[in-house]
Write a new protein. Structure first.
Length: 278
């Protein structure tokens, strides 16, 4: 099985050393593994770290973000991920992964046995995209879409209440999936790392702007009823993953799943001043 891992890197020096170790651990599962780093101009030693890694690992590549910078962070991240996809289209592999290079998402030691489980013959047909829980706590609610919460909570009227409902309902679903030893079906999820079957996603795009025609009308109506809220009609500045996953569902009926086991160990004691759980 061949794999290409894509990472967006900007001011990532604090997280990269631990991320490098996890990349190296993944090579046991994927002997045909390449890595591509999309680099944006940074104010820390990110570039030096990437160049040093590439000197040692000849299967790793460094590319620039092909798009000009904008004032909107989510747009810049979407453009960087699309730069990675452009590279991957010219180097097609069986699978690709998106992995965060920041100082909290993927710095705990990777449990490669958990990654191996989703690749077992009895599991591999259950998903087209798979992401994971995390021992330090699930944090990426921004990328998350599931029943009654398919639409961006930041684009709901009274969004604070919608977030409260989401954070109450989602752990229950995750625990049910864990108890049943099953994958949790969702519309979108990321949580710092996700594995994709290339054929089901490589013709899709990341975007911080999403067209309403990507959303099933029935699910939008359910969300409004469940949360007693209205929805904004112009979905801009959204998480870039939602567009990517919803487009794959519409084009290819792609199965977006969460495997309810932790892929990264919790770091104890927690490193201070992190933006998310480690």
């Amino acid at each position: 099985m061949s794999l290409c891992v894509g990472l967006c890197c900007k001011n990532s020096a604090q997280g990269l050393p631990a991320v490098f170790k996890n990349l190296d651990k993944m090579r046991v599962l994927f002997p045909e593994m390449t890595v591509v780093f999309c680099y944006d101009i940074s104010s820390d030693p990110t570039l030096a770290l990437l160049e040093a890694y590439i000197k040692i690992h000849t299967s790793a590549t460094l590319i620039p973000n092909h798009y000009p910078p904008t004032a909107q962070r989510t747009t810049n991240i979407a453009n960087a991920r699309n730069s990675l996809l452009t590279h991957m289209r010219h180097h097609s592999t069986d699978f690709f992964a998106m992995m965060d290079a920041n100082e909290y998402a993927c710095i705990g030691e990777m449990e490669t046995s958990v990654l191996a489980e989703v690749l077992l013959p009895e599991n591999i047909e259950k998903w087209d995209a798979v992401s994971f829980d995390r021992e330090a706590g699930y944090y990426d609610h921004w990328a998350l879409s599931f029943e009654n919460f398919i639409y961006s909570f930041f684009h709901c009227e009274g969004w604070q209440k919608v977030v409260e409902n989401l954070r109450r309902e989602f752990p229950l679903l995750l625990e049910q999936a864990r108890a049943a030893q099953e994958f949790l079906p969702v519309y979108s999820a990321y949580n710092g790392f996700a594995l994709y079957k290339t054929a089901k996603f490589l013709d899709c795009q990341y975007s911080s702007t999403i067209q309403l025609n990507l959303f099933p009308i029935a699910e939008l109506e359910k969300q409004m009823r469940f949360n007693n809220c209205g929805l904004a009609q112009n979905l801009q500045n959204d998480c870039e993953h939602r567009r990517f996953h919803l487009e794959a569902i519409q084009k290819h009926q792609s199965k977006i799943r969460i495997y309810p086991k932790s892929l990264f160990k919790k770091i104890e004691p927690r490193i201070p001043n992190l933006r998310g759980p480690a």
